[in-house]
Design a protein around this ligand. Structure first.
Ligand SMILES: *Cc1c(COP(=O)(O)O)cnc(C)c1O
Length: 522
């Protein structure tokens, strides 16, 4: 095959139907996208401004004398470049996003409209508080919803992600232990082996030691293992437990777990990332939870691909509420006020976690979502999310292997037991790309061999679920028969199998021009 200097074929290639390439790299109407460094050049620019004259140099002589080397583009080139790139992306607005443990649901456009209202979007965090009473009222109202839905007396609104909420809760637990004079003694935090990686990471970051609890054959906490760990120690700080857990299952012994932890003198941190499955149906406060973060971007809708934005308000029990971080909103006769300092009203607070007050844009979206759904609508969210996941599990269980018996909650978990020798979870995930779907969560949770975790959410119709299941069913059949073509999937994507290990270990973050190649290599 003849290649040009950037490694692209110089003549159309038709080796098999799937691998056909064209001169332009086009697939259908999707043209190949060159790197911005390849299509731009320092001499080009999208704007044409007269040279500055007659102005004093106000930079104290540090003005750049040489070119930055950044590529210039004309406006149409820039627009096309980014629009083409955006067409390479998969998005929740394009189709079902089966990632488990992520709650990728449709984000109502109404929320976006509300978040862009200038009275919310254009205010500054340093504005005098009397000029932002509406924003403070919104934070307070959202806090009331969160407390009501979780059955908890207090909430810290400022954490900016689920993991940040975990940090908030665990710092509150540490502060409470220190206030009891046990900060140096109670160092052990129990974490089930199926936990999301952020749980043990958070515990360690707060200076705790992680002790892993086993899962039983039903995918829940092994109660014998838990009791044994509690009996043999007086250094328990608490437990970090996800409910529904990362296997997509409700922790049926959760109330007993809470009692055991409390009797052992510890606190119960609940990872609430999966609240979408129980919102409006179960109040975590009734289960004995002391602290729980809520991923607003998962349960209460905010577009959250690509690493942001996030928001992780953390509800706290009476025992932990005094240690909540500043700032927080309080209401008095003059209206709403932010408590900003660790003194007076915030005297026991463990401190501050963010520069300002949290993710205002997400607070606005979350409250719009809640008000437009109402309490009955939120309850139906949970019910439909669970129904959809069970539909997928039921439709696929004759060709794939459910990891555990019985109904699931909001996500269906399969092991790779159904695949023929040599076919792995990775191959199935890659084949889904050819079917036009983003892969499901794979190899997580770790307690299930070759795990495939699928969370459809409540926003998918039966028609869409059927389309997705038909695709996965055909891939699963091929996997069961040992179809070798799965090993090289995806065949239709612009990029095939990337060396993900190399990309993570040796990332090349800076572009350098390709070495000049006089004659194309064969
Ligand atoms: C998503 C998730 C987290 C982390 O939340 P971020 O907002 O991504 O920091 C923690 N635990 C579980 C179970 C999750 O699914």
């Amino acid at each position: 095959m003849t290649m040009n200097a950037t490694g692209r074929p110089t003549t159309p290639q038709i080796s098999d139907a799937h691998a056909m390439t064209t001169m332009s790299g086009s697939r259908g109407l999707l043209q190949d996208v060159g790197l911005i460094f390849e299509i731009g050049s320092p001499e080009k620019t999208g704007v044409d401004l007269p040279a500055l004259s007659g102005r004093a140099d106000r930079l104290g002589g540090v003005t750049r004398k040489t070119q930055t080397g950044l590529p210039g583009l004309s406006e149409p080139e820039a627009v096309r470049h980014y629009v083409r790139l955006s067409q390479r992306n998969y998005a929740i607005d394009l189709g079902l996003f089966p990632l488990g443990s992520c709650t990728m649901k449709h984000n109502p456009r109404l929320n976006e409209k509300i978040a862009r209202l200038p009275g919310f979007a254009d205010i500054h965090p340093l504005q005098p508080q009397r000029t932002v009473q509406g924003a403070l009222a919104l934070i307070d109202e959202l806090a009331t919803w969160l407390k009501t839905l979780t059955g908890m007396p207090a909430v810290a609104m400022s954490p900016k992600a689920g993991a940040h909420g975990e940090l908030c809760g665990m710092l509150a637990i540490r502060a409470a232990l220190q206030a009891r004079g046990q900060g140096e003694i109670r160092k052990r935090v129990l974490v089930p082996e199926s936990a999301h990686g952020t749980n043990p990471a958070t515990a360690v970051q707060c200076g705790f030691v992680v002790d892993e609890i086993k899962a039983n054959a039903r995918g829940r906490v092994d109660m014998d293992d838990l009791r044994a760990k509690l009996e043999s120690s007086d250094d328990i700080a608490g437990i970090m437990l996800t409910n529904p857990n990362t296997c997509g299952l409700f922790e049926t012994d959760i109330k007993e777990i809470a009692d055991l932890i409390h009797n052992a003198g510890g606190y119960f941190y609940c990872d609430g990332a999966n609240f979408n499955a129980i919102v409006g149906r179960v109040r975590p406060g009734d289960l004995g939870v002391d602290a729980m973060h809520i991923n607003l971007h998962k349960t209460f809708s905010t577009p959250h691909g690509g690493g942001g934005p996030g928001s992780g308000p953390t509800v706290l029990s009476d025992a932990l509420a005094p240690y909540a971080p500043v700032p927080f909103v309080i209401k008095n006769d003059d209206g709403f006020r932010l408590v900003e300092s660790v003194a007076k009203d915030g005297a026991q607070s463990f401190g501050r976690m963010v520069a300002f007050h949290g993710q205002m844009g997400m607070f606005t979206r979350a409250l719009a979502y809640m008000l437009s759904h109402g309490t009955d609508g939120l309850k139906q969210v949970a019910e439909d999310a669970v129904l959809n996941a069970n539909y997928i599990q039921a439709r696929l269980k004759h060709v794939m292997t459910p990891a555990f018996d019985g109904y699931c909650m909001h996500e269906a978990l399969f092991s790779d037991a159904f695949t023929a020798e040599g076919i792995e979870t990775m191959d199935i995930a890659k084949a889904l790309i050819d079917e036009g779907y983003h892969p499901m969560t794979m190899y997580f949770p770790l307690v299930v061999h070759g795990a495939m975790l699928i969370e459809p959410t409540e926003t998918e119709s039966k028609q869409e679920l059927d389309r997705f299941c038909a695709s996965l069913e055909s891939i699963a059949r091929r996997a069961g028969q040992g179809d070798e073509s799965l090993k090289t999937a995806p065949h239709l994507a612009p990029m095939k199998r990337l060396d993900e290990t190399q990309a993570a270990r040796k990332p090349i973050l800076k572009w350098s021009p390709p070495a000049p190649q006089a004659v194309a290599a064969e």
